[in-house]
Ligand binder design. Structure first.
Ligand code: TPP
Ligand code: MG
Length: 581
């Protein structure tokens, strides 16, 4: 057919041309950064956390096309922690995008934290152009080598057409066993190049990885049901994986059907609400010491568990975990089960329903015994929790925060001693309402976790308790909270020290030498918040804590309540730290 002259084509169109005119024009080529955004979208990611650099700007351009929100922070550690937090809150992987060299090394701590906390996130890092490989390009470093030991998967992407494919691969690896982070480095030329769209494999949503809801060995399920039905004094510890697997309902059903008392740690806190007949908090050591069956769910025998050594030899210890290599590590077990911990608990409950007598009544005296002990320990602590002393006792601060929480509040702990105090007092009211760094113990997660929580679930209130040392580490991103209009209630338990470390120094070196390297200034964090456009006030009288929290809630702004707490009070958890023993 003869080519139609432009002036004619405006008025007379062939049927094919008319059809094409109605379709939005599909470019035949696509750039690497746009492929990144396509792959992130396929994974359900609607937000990335980033700090800009020339190596990565094409990803931003792709995000604009895909409708992915670009949250730009002030330090890459914050971007990585926020991606970790986003994963925990949403159940989808988080994503941080950072530039080459220092951008990537700044993010390493956040990735490391996600690694130990078993959080699924992808770090995408820039790299110099491949055609300048090892020539000394700007910000060039061996990123993959650096990230390899702290990720489940770390690789460079060598061609533009593999970008989306390798992102899908990285996400798949995040979900293999216990969750964890992946890292991809993409060279600047690989990212900026445009290729024919048809050449790229772009994995389709929901079609590049399988379900992980496995219950493992069915015989082990039956065996555990039998053990529990016969148990007189069982207890269960519900760890972070219960939340990761979204297994709260299954865990509640398990405890109720089998009449088993439950303790919770990490993100497992709030699985059972406070006041529930099977919810216990203060009697864990007592229960472990006296139990005949101990079921450890979704938490390793690491330092928080005394490496499993504190569990009595005579007890039947059962471990359930997503990760094969965690089960039986550091301590022998009677039975191990590997898979989705929620699915396993549901299967065990189901298997127990086959017993005409599940033995629930024989466990009631044990539950009553624990309840009495729980009350005794609570009453013994109560006077300090209600103390009107000035400077404020950190237990009183923890008490006031606990009273302030609602079912809709996410509680975040970021600090040393003040957060350890809070750990024994603050009780989240629902599953998934507790965030702490996890076993890496990284200070500085508070602002980024608050950021992730508010972005992913704007309707959910966030209360974050900071130590003054912890806040200082990533606190500048309070400004990002203001810029993105992310209101939250920040509380700084300000003792002007890195107190958790100071305690050990005083013990070891005496009063005179105990304050070396741990003294902070008397910083008015309330004024810092105000300076950045947030709400701030300070509190010295414990009776003013609750009204100040309320005013922060009503301000509708990011806020910091600077609470001056007693630097000479130390939490039992701090005093018992195993590293000093
Ligand atoms: C990033 C990081 N650096 C150092 C430490 C070691 N550390 C553990 S607790 C602590 C003190 C924290 O001080 P602060 O946040 O003020 O809480 P406090 O103990 O005073 O209540 C330090 C430095 C850590 N856990 N993480
Ligand atoms: Mg402090």
């Amino acid at each position: 057919m003869a080519k139609i002259a432009p002036e004619v084509s405006d008025t007379i169109k062939t049927p094919v041309e008319a059809d094409q005119a109605q379709q939005p024009e599909q470019p035949q080529t696509i750039s690497g950064g746009h492929l990144v955004a396509r792959a992130l979208k396929a994974e359900g990611i609607d937000t990335i956390f980033t700090l800009c650099g020339g190596h990565i700007i094409d990803i931003y351009d792709g995000c604009v096309d895909e409708g992915i929100k670009v949250v730009d922070v002030r330090h890459e550690q914050v971007a990585a922690h926020a991606a970790d937090g986003y994963a925990r809150v949403t159940g989808r992987p988080g994503c941080a995008v950072v530039t080459a060299g220092p951008g990537t090394t700044d993010a390493v701590t956040g990735v490391a934290n996600a690694f130990r906390a078993e959080s699924a996130m992808l770090l995408i890092g820039g790299q110099g152009a491949l055609d300048q490989h090892r020539m000394g390009s700007l910000q060039d470093l061996p990123h993959v080598d650096i990230l390899k030991p702290i990720t489940k998967f770390a690789s460079s992407v060598y061609t533009t057409d593999r970008i989306a494919d390798m992102i899908a691969m990285a996400f798949r690896e995040c979900y293999d066993g216990a969750l964890g982070p992946s890292y991809l480095e993409i060279g600047r030329d690989v990212l900026d190049a445009k290729i024919e769209r048809a050449k790229a494999r772009i994995p389709q949503p929901g079609h590049y990885r399988a379900s992980t809801k496995s219950i493992g060995d069915p015989a082990a399920i039956e065996q555990l049901a039998g053990i529990l039905v016969r148990a007189q004094k069982p207890c269960v510890l519900l760890g972070s994986q219960v939340w990761t697997c979204r297994g709260a309902e299954a865990a509640i059903e398990f405890c109720r059907t089998l009449n088993v008392p439950a303790f919770m740690n990490g993100a497992g806190r709030g699985t059972l609400p406070p006041g529930d007949p099977h919810h216990f908090q203060l009697t864990r050591s007592y229960a472990f010491k006296n139990a005949d069956v101990i079921v450890i769910v979704g938490t390793p025998f690491d330092f928080r568990m005394g490496y499993g050594r504190r569990l009595p030899e005579g007890a039947t210890v059962v471990q359930i975990d997503m990760d094969y290599s965690t089960v039986g590590k550091n301590r022998d077990i009677a039975l191990g089960l590997v898979g989705d911990v929620g699915a396993i608990l549901a299967a065990v409950t189901q298997a127990a329903s086959g017993y005409s007598d599940k033995g629930t009544a024989q466990r009631t005296p044990w539950i009553e015994e624990l309840r009495a002990e729980e009350k005794r320990l609570y009453d013994a602590r109560l006077p300090r929790q209600l103390s009107d002393a000035q400077p404020i006792h950190p237990l009183r601060l923890a008490h006031e925060i606990n009273e302030f929480l609602t079912e809709n509040t996410m509680f975040i702990g970021d600090g040393g001693d003040v957060v350890t105090f809070a750990g024994g007092v603050v009780q989240p009211r629902a599953p998934g309402r507790w965030m702490d760094p996890g076993p890496l113990g990284t200070l500085g997660v508070g602002v980024p976790f608050a950021m992730a929580s508010k972005l992913a679930q704007p309707h959910r209130e966030v209360v974050c308790l900071f130590g003054d040392g912890a806040f200082s580490m990533t606190g500048w991103d309070f400004e990002t909270m203001v810029r993105f209009n992310l209101p939250f209630i920040g509380v700084v338990g300000n003792n002007s020290y890195m107190n958790q470390i100071r305690y050990g120094q005083i013990q070891k070196y005496g009063r005179e030498r105990g304050d070396i390297g741990n003294k902070l200034g008397d910083v008015k964090y309330d004024l810092f918040a105000q300076m950045l456009g947030g709400y701030g006030e300070e509190v010295r009288d414990p009776r003013d804590i609750a009204p100040a929290l309320q005013r922060a809630r009503e301000s509708g702004k990011p806020s910091l309540i600077n609470v001056w707490v007693d630097p000479e009070a130390f939490a039992p958890g701090t005093m018992n730290q195993t590293m000093y023993k």
